[in-house]
Design a protein around this ligand. Structure first.
Ligand code: ADP
Length: 194
């Protein structure tokens, strides 16, 4: 064993070990559009292919790292900043990071892009308000309609559609399987996976 305590282990050595490039796939879109469902399914498929991915889910992070944050613009911005900084560390260590956060404003996505630079890939998970409201997987639309949720995106505050996303996943027309397939093609095209 040869020890080099003062040398940093280069990123590409870890990427070679993992057989992939580190990156951050940033899934944005309305609540219920399918961000978590697609990221979860993608994680399984990547795992089965021997690729290493980690999911950072906006809702889950609010239970711990971001538990002191609410849904005002300032708190959402801080939620995104912390998530992006965490994702940055993981991507710099060769991980494929799947971030699912509503990220309703262009300025919020610009913040994440600014932190992550070339590792940032913007995926717009697209479904309109009525579709998400009909799905209502977490019962949030019903709560919002009853006035129990403040600052509910699409209702009390706007979702600004991304201008130039790297990928649009239209979940009104594409199945989860279609979206996962499209992402796998994208990752191959970018040389992130072989
Ligand atoms: P988000 O993470 O964007 O808040 P979720 O993934 O939690 O959304 O919920 C999306 C819901 O929509 C799930 O219940 C999922 O089964 C359903 N759904 C229906 N069609 C699709 C589709 N084509 N792609 C993704 N999700 C879909």
């Amino acid at each position: 064993m040869h020890i080099h305590p003062s040398e940093t282990l280069p990123r590409h050595h870890k990427e070679t070990l993992l057989g992939q490039k580190g990156c951050v796939l940033w899934f944005c879109g309305l609540s219920g559009s399918g961000k978590s469902t697609i990221a979860n399914s993608l994680e399984h498929v990547l795992h089965d292919k021997g690729r290493f991915a980690i999911r950072l889910d906006g809702d889950n992070l609010r239970g711990g790292l971001n538990s002191n944050l609410g849904f005002s613009d300032n708190d959402r911005l801080e939620n995104i900043r912390r998530t992006a900084e965490l994702a940055k560390v993981l991507a710099a260590n060769g991980v494929i990071v799947l971030c699912s956060l509503i990220t309703p404003r262009g300025a919020f996505r610009d913040l994440a892009r600014g932190i992550l630079g070339r590792d940032f890939h913007e995926f717009y998970v697209k479904a309109d308000f009525a579709t998400c409201e009909a799905r209502d997987p977490k019962g949030l639309y019903a709560k919002a309609a009853a006035g129990e949720i403040k600052d509910f995106t699409g209702r009390d505050s706007a979702f600004e559609e991304p201008q130039y996303p790297d990928l649009v996943l239209d979940t009104e027309t594409a199945t989860v399987q279609d979206s996962v397939f499209e992402i796998l093609e994208y990752l191959r095209g970018k040389g992130i996976t072989a």
